[in-house]
Design a protein around this ligand. Structure first.
Ligand SMILES: Nc1ncnc2c1ncn2[C@@H]1O[C@H](COP(=O)(O)OP(=O)(O)OP(=O)(O)O)[C@@H](O)[C@H]1O
Length: 293
């Protein structure tokens, strides 16, 4: 992920990256979710502003993944509303995300083991190809033009993640951090307006995490990002706004500086063990080192 140059639009079929300023806003208002008798979320609200990186943090079991999954359509909220591009999404389903201009990466990588890296990323580009998803997935012959366009777009996305050298390899043969880059390339190839990232730094080295931070900051010039992440130093570095959850409730929200200085946040992470002088930025070594996934 060293270069991170903005790639030119090679297909002529959509707006070039550099000319596109993010305009869409994701608003999640009064979201509640119950799993049986467990209240995973109670009246949580957040807004991902156009072109901003919005962090969602909190201790284990706080409800971050549940909120993320509501935004993806993987979990149905029992109360509250989601508004995207000014319209309420009443029955959001994961399969609709791409058409809505939303892409996600989940915990773990979720690549298709039987497809090459390039084919995996081409699957993510299906929105842009007349050939469609199934043609891409099952390599059904389509027009040479469609195929060339898909390949070119996928290679451009892989190159942005410095992963184009792995195009012909199968995911299982690659180190985990490279697989994560491929998964991110697959999300980016659809040129989303909103990118949902669930723990993208898990399993990465310090250096890889630093590069990931650079990439996320760079991406926010052309899309909005909702970031669920345990690594506090990364969150504090790249986020414009942060929402903090604890036990399914929102306990703080604001800029990284505001959140860092909020005693409720420090207490949520460390409970009674914390004294008044501890700030959240110091927690990176405590919770941020946790490898999950
Ligand atoms: N499918 C489910 N069925 C029942 N309870 C669930 C389900 N998913 C999550 N929960 C519960 O909801 C609460 C919030 O979980 P969630 O995974 O959203 O938290 P989190 O902040 O992402 O935690 P972590 O950082 O450990 O991933 C927890 O009490 C969890 O046990």
């Amino acid at each position: 992920m060293g270069t991170l140059a903005q790639p030119p639009d090679t297909t002529g079929s959509s707006t070039p990256y550099e000319d596109r300023s993010p305009t869409a806003r994701l608003e999640m208002t009064g979201i509640s979710v119950a799993f049986g008798g467990i209240k995973a979320l109670t009246d949580v609200s957040l807004t991902v502003e156009p072109g901003q990186v919005h962090g969602l943090i909190g201790p284990n079991g706080a409800g971050k993944t549940t909120m993320f999954n509501v935004a993806c359509g993987l979990v149905r909220n029992t109360e509250g509303r989601i508004t995207w591009r000014g319209e309420e999404l009443r029955r959001l389903r994961p399969a609709q995300l791409s058409k809505l201009g939303i892409a996600r990466t989940l915990q773990g990588v979720g690549l298709f083991p039987g497809l090459t890296v390039l084919e995996n990323v081409m699957v993510g580009a299906h929105k842009h190809a007349r050939a469609g998803f199934f043609s891409a997935l099952f390599a059904i012959p389509t027009s040479d033009k469609d195929d060339a366009r898909l390949r070119e777009r996928a290679m451009t996305s892989l190159a942005e993640l410095d992963a184009d050298g792995y195009a012909a390899r199968y995911p299982g043969s690659l180190p985990y951090p490279v697989q994560k880059r491929v998964a991110l390339a697959r999300a980016l190839v659809a040129e989303p307006e909103l990118l949902l990232l669930d723990e993208p730094a898990s399993g990465l080295s310090e250096e890889e995490m630093r590069e990931l931070g650079d990439l996320i900051s760079h991406l926010s010039g052309r899309m909005s990002v909702l970031l669920v992440e345990h690594h506090m130093d990364l969150v504090m570095r790249v986020c414009d706004q942060i929402t903090v959850l604890d036990s399914g409730k929102q306990i703080a929200a604001g800029t990284p500086a505001e959140v860092q200085n909020d005693p409720a946040v420090t207490e949520a992470y460390l409970g009674d063990a914390v004294d008044d002088t501890t700030d959240v930025s110091e927690l990176a070594g405590i919770d941020g080192g946790t490898q999950r996934g």
